[in-house]
Design a protein around this ligand. Structure first.
Ligand code: HEM
Length: 537
C-alpha cells in the first residue's frame, strides 16, 4: 500500500530531489564531460572561422537560444511563495475533503500572485485586478483555488473571455498601453458589454492598487460545491482574508512607485518572508443550502454578483501562512500550472457559465505554454501523493513506466480505478439532476447589470468615492474617442448620476440629466438600506 499521508514538509522534501547546486563544481557539458575552456570557441587557426565540431559552443548557444517560453496569455507578471494551510475545525459536516478535516494536518501550499494585463516585465503597482492562485498539495491530490482579489468578474460567460482580454491587453497596432484600463478598447468593450459595470466599480476603487500582496483579499469568485460523506451538497463561495487587513496605495503613490521600483510588490513579499515576517491569510466560506438556491433576486450562477454577507456570513475555517521563498523563479513561479478543475473529493463545480469555460481553458493553454502533455511531471506541479494511470509518452516525458500494461481494462496489472467508497476515495462528480433544451441564454436576472454596482457605490466612504471619481477621470482621460467617453458617462449614470456627472465634467463629456438614476434597477431583496457590507469593510 502506498503512503498518502503528507505534512507541511513533504513538498519541500520532494523538491529537494530536484535541486542542483553548482557552487564549487567544475564545469561540464550536459553530458557530464569536463570542459577546459569557456571563453574561446574552437577555430581553424588564430584568425580563422569557428568549427562546426565545437560541440561545447553549439550546446551552450543552442540551449540559450531556447531559454524563453511563452508568457501566460493573461496573468503574465506574477510572484509566488511556499507555505502551509491548517483548518481550524473539521468541516466534515459540509465536505469530505481530507485537508479540511483534521486541524493537526498541515497541507503544503504554493501561492502565485499576479497582475492580469501587463506583460511579464511590466510594473507591479498598476491599476489592475490581482490574481491570487493557491495550490494545495493534499494527500488526495492537488486542489487549486485559482482566485482574484476582486469577488466578481467582468463577464458572465466564458465565450466572451477572448474578447475581454483582446480589449484589455495593449492595443495591437502599437502595443500600448501596459495598463489595463487607460485606453480606448477597454472602455469600448465596457460600454458594449454592460455586465461589466459591477466589476468596473471595484476595478476603479482602491482595491485595484493594493499596498502589498500581504494585504489583499482573495476570492474564488464562482459558486462551487462542498459535498459531505453522506453525499449532501452545499453551495460555497471562497474568501481569503489577510490577517494584516486590506490596504491600498493611493494613485499618486502607485504611479511614482511604478517608476521607482517596478518590482515593488514582489520585493515586499520576498523581503517579508526572508525576515521571517510571514504573510498570513484566513480562509473563509459562505455556505448556502441547496434548497435556498432560488431565494435571491440574482442567480447564484452569475459571476458578476456577490452573495451579500449580511444574508450569508463568511465563516472563517482555517489559516494559510507563506513561509518560504522560491529557489528559482523560472522552475517554480513560471512553470507552475494552476487549474480551477484540479479538485479533490468533497469539492465540486457549479454550472456558472464562466467557470464551466475556465475548466477547458487552463490545460489547453498550458499544453502550449509548458511544451506538451507532461507538465504535471515538473517538480512544482507534482502532487505529493503518487499518481498512476495509462497515459504514456509525449515530449519531455520523465517518468519511466515499467511493465507491459498501459490500457484499461486489464487483468495483468490490477490498476483499476478506485471505487468511490470512503476507504478507496475515488472521485465522483456530484449527481446534480440537469435537463433542458440546448440554448444560448441565461436566466433573466443575468440582465440586471447595475443593482450591485450601485450598492457598491453606496457602500463607499466619501474618500473612497472621490478616489473612484478620480480613477474614472484619469482612465477615461486617456481615451481618444469622445463617443466612447460619452457612452461610459451614460452607462454609469445607471449606477449613480452624481458619480457620472462628476467625472463627465473632467473628461469633456456631457453630464447625464438630473433624475437619470431613475433608470437604475433596484434589487428588492438587497435594497432595504441600499447599502451592502462589502468584504472586509
Ligand atoms: C490565468 C483563462 C477567468 C484567475 C489564466 C490563464 C488562462 C486563463 C488561459 C493562463 C494560465 C496559464 O498559462 O497557466 C481564463 C478564462 C476565464 C478566466 C478563459 C473565463 C472564462 C478567471 C477568473 C479568475 C481567474 C474569473 C478568478 C476567479 C486566474 C489567475 C490566473 C489565471 C489567478 C493566474 C494563475 C497563475 O498564477 O499561474 N486564466 N481565466 N481567471 N486566471 Fe483565468
Amino acid at each position: 500500500a502506498e503512503e498518502r499521508k503528507v505534512d507541511s514538509n513533504n513538498k519541500n522534501e520532494q523538491l529537494e530531489q530536484f535541486r542542483v547546486n553548482d557552487q564549487g563544481q567544475k564545469m561540464t557539458t550536459n553530458q557530464g564531460l569536463k570542459v577546459s575552456e569557456d571563453e574561446f570557441s574552437l577555430k581553424a587557426g588564430e584568425r580563422g572561422p569557428t568549427l562546426m565540431e565545437d560541440f561545447h559552443f553549439r550546446e551552450k548557444m543552442t540551449h540559450f537560444d531556447h531559454e524563453r517560453i511563452p508568457e501566460r496569455v493573461v496573468h503574465a507578471r506574477g510572484f509566488a511563495a511556499h507555505g502551509e494551510f491548517q483548518v481550524y475545525d473539521s468541516m466534515k459536516e459540509y465536505t469530505k475533503a481530507k485537508f479540511l478535516q483534521d486541524p493537526s494536518v498541515k497541507t503544503p501550499v504554493f501561492v502565485r500572485f499576479s497582475t492580469v494585463a501587463g506583460s511579464r516585465g511590466s510594473a507591479e503597482t498598476v491599476r489592475d485586478v490581482r490574481g491570487f492562485a493557491t495550490k494545495f498539495y493534499t494527500e488526495e491530490g492537488n486542489y487549486d483555488l485559482v482566485g482574484n482579489n476582486i469577488p466578481v468578474f467582468f463577464i458572465q460567460d466564458a465565450i466572451k473571455f477572448p474578447d475581454l482580454i483582446h480589449a484589455v491587453k495593449p492595443e495591437p497596432h502599437n502595443e500600448m498601453p501596459q495598463a489595463a484600463s487607460a485606453h480606448d478598447t477597454f472602455w469600448d468593450f465596457v460600454a458594449n458589454n454592460q455586465e461589466s459595470a459591477h466589476m468596473i466599480m471595484w476595478h476603479l476603487s482602491d482595491r485595484a492598487i493594493p499596498r502589498s500582496f500581504r494585504m489583499m483579499e482573495g476570492f474564488g469568485v464562482h459558486t462551487f460545491r462542498f459535498v459531505n460523506d453522506q453525499g449532501k451538497a452545499h453551495f460555497v463561495k471562497f474568501h481569503w482574508k489577510p490577517v494584516l487587513g486590506v490596504h491600498s496605495l493611493v494613485w499618486d503613490e502607485a504611479q511614482k512607485i511604478s517608476g521607482k521600483d517596478p518590482d515593488f510588490l514582489r520585493r515586499d513579499l520576498w523581503e517579508s518572508i526572508e525576515m521571517g515576517n510571514f504573510p498570513e491569510y484566513e480562509l473563509g466560506v459562505q455556505l448556502l443550502a441547496e434548497e435556498d438556491e432560488f431565494n435571491f433576486d440574482f442567480d447564484i450562477l452569475d459571476p458578476t454578483k456577490i452573495w451579500p454577507e449580511e444574508d450569508i456570513p463568511v465563516k472563517i475555517i482555517g489559516k494559510m501562512t507563506l513561509n518560504r521563498n522560491v529557489d528559482n523563479v523560472f522552475a517554480e513561479t513560471e512553470q507552475v500550472a494552476f487549474h480551477p478543475g484540479h479538485v479533490v473529493p468533497g469539492i465540486d463545480f457549479s454550472n456558472d457559465p464562466l467557470l464551466q469555460g475556465r475548466l477547458f481553458s487552463y490545460t489547453d493553454t498550458q499544453l502550449i505554454r509548458l511544451g506538451g502533455p507532461n507538465f504535471h511531471e515538473l517538480p512544482i506541479n507534482r502532487p505529493v501523493c503518487p499518481f498512476h494511470n495509462n497515459q504514456r509518452d509525449g515530449y519531455g516525458r520523465q517518468t519511466i513506466n515499467v511493465g507491459q500494461v498501459s490500457y484499461h481494462k486489464n487483468s495483468l496489472a490490477g490498476n483499476a480505478p478506485a471505487p468511490a467508497t470512503e476507504a478507496e476515495g475515488g472521485y465522483v462528480h456530484y449527481q446534480e439532476k440537469v435537463e433542458g433544451r440546448k440554448i444560448r441564454s441565461r436566466s433573466e436576472s443575468f440582465k440586471d447589470h447595475f443593482s450591485q454596482a450601485a450598492l457598491f457605490w453606496n457602500s463607499m466612504s466619501q474618500v473612497e468615492k472621490e478616489h473612484i471619481i478620480q480613477a474614472f477621470s484619469f482612465e477615461l482621460g486617456k481615451v481618444k474617442s469622445l463617443s466612447v467617453r460619452q457612452e461610459i458617462v451614460d452607462m454609469f449614470a445607471h449606477v449613480n448620476v452624481e458619480l457620472a456627472a462628476a467625472f463627465a465634467v473632467q473628461i469633456g463629456a456631457t453630464p447625464p440629466k438630473e433624475g437619470g438614476s431613475s433608470v437604475t434597477k433596484t434589487s428588492p431583496a438587497l435594497s432595504q438600506e441600499n447599502t451592502i457590507k462589502m468584504p472586509n469593510t
